[in-house]
Design a protein around this ligand. Structure first.
Ligand SMILES: [Ca+2]
Length: 99
């Protein structure tokens, strides 16, 4: 049996991380990240970004990610930020979705 394509494996990991953290608050929606769920995601999965003592940065990051301002980060918003992050890591500016 052949290995799954690398991009499929990587996307599966990104989806799994979102689902894991979005489900942490049993009272909140399982398909969206609250600020409290985003904080440990950023601390663990983004090299310590948003760790304690950095509340202002966390607030700024949450506002950036919550593009529709509903107080939650949904999967599309999460992936948009990851796309921008990937572009920055790849030395390319991210200007949003092409029309
Ligand atoms: Ca949102």
């Amino acid at each position: 049996m052949s290995d799954p394509p690398t991009i499929q494996v990587c996307l599966g990991a990104l989806m799994g991380i979102f689902d894991e953290y979005a489900a942490k608050d049993p009272k909140g929606p399982k398909d969206k990240l609250s600020k409290a769920e985003l904080k440990p995601l950023l601390a663990k999965e983004f090299c310590g970004f948003g760790e304690k003592g950095n509340e202002e940065t966390l607030n700024q990051m949450f506002e950036l990610m919550d593009m529709d301002g509903d107080g939650q980060v949904d999967f599309e918003e999460y992936m948009m930020v990851l796309a921008a992050f990937a572009c920055a890591c790849h030395g390319r500016p991210y200007e949003g979705p092409k029309k």
